[in-house]
Design a protein around this ligand. Structure first.
Ligand code: ARG
Length: 258
């Protein structure tokens, strides 16, 4: 067959286009099952939910996702990335699922498909000043939060704050509060508890819950078969006692949504 130079070019461009189109799409559940492996992304800077210990990604959500994947009959390939990049990567097909303590919000639910929640929690006020405990105490104060977090969004609705300063990592928001540069830090209640416990000398005062949220994993928008398979496996982990044991080990209580 005779193909002109131009023809080859067209073919190449066409093939590249197809490749990009395929790469830019989330994998369906069938494809994942055939591969026997699910690619899950998390952050790794959010103890005790997802963090690094001796260079290994671990934490409540990491162990939980391993249990769920095992019920699905899948091996897990983990990826750790900046919190802000996680949800966008789903629809680009860069990973199949995200588990990184995302609260289910309307705004996020427009972009991705959430699974059923794996714990219930909320944002809490943490400060070195024992007088800062509740939402009303934050009037006139400067508050540190993680960039792109649900707390950042919620705080923007509170009246009278002096400043909401955001940090790419929640640990940096904590550091800014500890150094006295900002008055308070708003984070998850269990993250706050763990921080207070790991730094007993820092004088962290854990105040009140100011927002509540349901925390879930997410898959690409409309990837319902994958979400359903995950939900089914999560229910099995709830039912067979392994969730309860894991939650007890991390938190001394059962943190599932009641
Ligand atoms: N729960 C909060 C949210 O929905 C914070 C999550 C932060 N997660 C993390 N891996 N740093 O945005």
């Amino acid at each position: 067959m005779h193909t002109t130079n131009k023809g080859w070019k067209r073919l190449l461009v066409g093939a590249l286009g197809l490749f990009l189109a395929a790469a830019a799409q989330a994998r369906g559940y069938d494809e994942i099952r055939k591969a026997g492996k699910i690619v899950i992304a998390s952050e790794g800077q959010y103890a005790p939910f997802n963090h690094f210990e001796n260079n290994k990604l671990t934490g409540f959500e990491i162990e939980l996702a391993e249990l769920v994947a095992k019920k699905m009959g899948l091996a897990v390939e983990w990826k750790a990335l900046g919190f802000d990049a996680l949800l966008a990567g789903l629809n680009q097909g860069r990973w199949d699922l995200v588990i990184a303590s995302h609260g289910v919000t309307q705004e996020r639910a427009r972009a991705v498909t959430f699974t059923e929640p794996h714990y219930c929690s909320g944002g809490i006020v943490v400060s070195k000043n024992p007088a800062l405990r509740a939402a009303k105490d934050l009037a006139g104060k400067s508050v540190a939060v993680q960039t792109g977090s649900s707390y950042m969004q919620q705080l923007s609705k509170l009246p009278g704050l002096k400043e909401v300063k955001n940090f790419p990592q929640d640990t940096d928001a904590r550091t800014a509060m500890l150094s006295g540069r900002l008055d308070a830090w708003v984070t998850d209640r269990f993250v706050a508890k763990a921080a207070a416990k790991s730094q007993p000398a820092a004088g962290l005062q854990v105040g009140e819950l100011i927002f509540v949220e349901r925390i879930a994993a997410a898959v690409g928008k409309g990837n319902t078969p994958l979400a359903q398979a995950y939900n089914q496996a999560l229910r099995e982990v709830f039912a067979d006692g392994s969730y309860a044991a894991l939650s007890q080990r991390y938190f001394g209580e059962d943190v599932r949504c009641k």
